[in-house]
Ligand binder design. Structure first.
Ligand code: SF4
Ligand code: SF4
Length: 443
């Protein structure tokens, strides 16, 4: 049993996972059209390598990566390219994407196939496959996985953490994946250990998912030395990278630009591990993922295996539609997810959930004056002063906000969740961060 440590701050929102936690993963119906954005990851967007009118096959590359911090995108099914244009994107603006009309045949592209015996490949060969198959972090950050698996000289990694915490309320996609397909997660972990040449690995799962803990342990076997499964305290944001590293190996990632690799650790989400397994062993690119469609506003919450590019509206239909007048549509969870204005937005590689809250539950409370209670400071896991940063942002004092480490905010939402004055602290801090970054880019 591994000793666990504690991170500072955090909150305990109601998890509401009971809506979907017992729903086995089922395939989402193929929609009438798919919209595959050329920008689905942190880094340079892709260049289209198909044209309007082309026919494509499932798994065929349709967008080529530009630069090292980039990965290609692939056709989620066979069909015809209808249009290459700007379409609504989960980030809240219109961005270039490839629209495909499925032919219903799901004909696979001729591919290189996979390599069951992954240990016979070199780390560079494995990284190249992971890049070519379009794998990115699927916990929401969408950082290209091959880049994370390429630590620079002088930054040796000694620990791999597979993140199955899934601490966001409502979401159960990672839980179902660990429960139903733990062997994919474990094989993905083995592949990443091989690439990094590390001996030590942990699989981190919150204690409120005992069945997932048992399933993962079952694949590892009773005396496994391959990885330690760590049951974590149930506390939000337990699954955030820096907090996970503190909890498991008691190392502090340096503030202001520090990365997990600075303390010899690499963290990968369970979904990413499963995608690495599929890419390397079977040659399957990242063209689908598990998405939790949930919330009190949806008639039949489900965990669906969804083709990338599926419009959210099609998933809502597959879940019986709205239970009552919707008040809020969010991609992701309620703490860190992004509110959407249209059901036309497509699922992308980082979409873990679709959350619908009914209007009756969405309270639009007006922000009041800060009462200086200090709650936001106490719950902030990054040791920030959210009240001060929020005030600076609201007054346009972005240099001050930067001096108060606004850029270190991980946007977990704990401060806004706890604020009795209902001050939209995360929105204000995000605004400050955007202004600070815009100023830095101009320099
Ligand atoms: S300031 Fe940022 S890191 Fe701190 S609680 Fe608020 S959102 Fe989370
Ligand atoms: S929690 Fe809200 S009211 Fe309390 S100090 Fe922070 S901003 Fe002010």
């Amino acid at each position: 049993m591994s000793k666990v440590f504690r991170f500072k701050g955090g909150v305990h929102p109601r998890d509401r996972k009971e809506l979907s936690r017992d729903k086995a993963i089922e395939p989402a119906p193929l929609p009438e059209r798919l919209v595959v954005p050329l920008s689905q990851h942190i880094g340079a967007p892709c260049e289209p390598v198909v044209s309007q009118g082309d026919t494509v096959k499932k798994g065929q590359k349709i967008g080529e990566a530009r630069g090292f911090v980039s990965v290609p995108v692939h056709a989620p099914t066979s069909g015809k390219v209808i249009k290459i244009d700007s379409f609504p994107h989960p980030l809240g603006k219109d961005l270039p994407a490839i629209e495909i009309e499925p032919d219903g045949l799901d004909t696979c592209a001729d591919g290189a196939g996979g390599q069951e015996d992954f240990a016979s490949l070199s780390p560079d060969e494995l990284r190249a496959i992971i890049r070519e198959k379009g794998i990115v972090g699927m916990g929401g950050a969408t950082f290209p996985t091959h880049v994370k698996l390429s630590p620079p000289e002088g930054k040796p990694i000694d620990t791999l953490i597979i993140n199955g915490a899934e601490c966001e309320p409502y979401l159960t996609a990672d839980y179902r994946l660990m429960l139903e397909e733990p062997e994919k997660v474990i094989t993905g972990m083995r592949i990443m250990k091989t690439i990094l040449g590390v001996e030590r690995a942990f699989i981190a799962i919150e204690k409120n998912k005992p069945e997932a803990i048992d399933a993962v342990k079952g694949v590892l076997g009773p005396d496994s030395r391959e990885a330690t499964v760590v049951p974590l305290e149930v506390k939000y944001p337990q699954g955030a990278e820096k907090q996970l590293i503190k909890t498991i190996v008691n190392r502090e990632v340096p503030p202001s630009g520090g990365l997990p690799m600075d303390v010899g650790v690499l963290v990968q989400n369970v979904g990413t591990a499963a995608a690495v397994d599929q890419a390397v062993r079977l040659g399957i690119p990242l063209i689908e993922r598990v998405v939790t469609v949930t919330g009190e506003g949806i008639r039949e919450p489900k965990n669906l295996r969804v083709r990338i590019g599926t419009p959210v509206g099609s998933l809502l239909e597959a879940c019986g539609g709205f239970r009552e007048t919707p008040g809020k549509l969010v991609l992701g969870g309620p703490m860190m997810g992004i509110s959407q204005y249209t059901t036309e937005v497509p699922v992308i590689k980082g979409t873990s959930g679709v959350l619908v809250l009914p209007r009756s539950r969405v309270r639009l409370e007006e922000a009041r004056t800060c009462i200086r209670c200090g709650t936001c400071v106490r719950v902030c896991p990054m040791n920030l002063l959210p009240n001060f940063i929020g005030t600076f942002a609201s007054r346009g004092l972005f240099d001050q906000a930067e001096r108060y480490y606004a850029l270190d905010c991980i946007e977990c939402g704990s401060c806004a969740f706890s604020c009795p004055a209902k001050i939209p602290l995360v929105h204000l801090i995000k605004y400050a961060k955007a202004e600070i970054m815009a100023k830095k880019r101009k320099k």
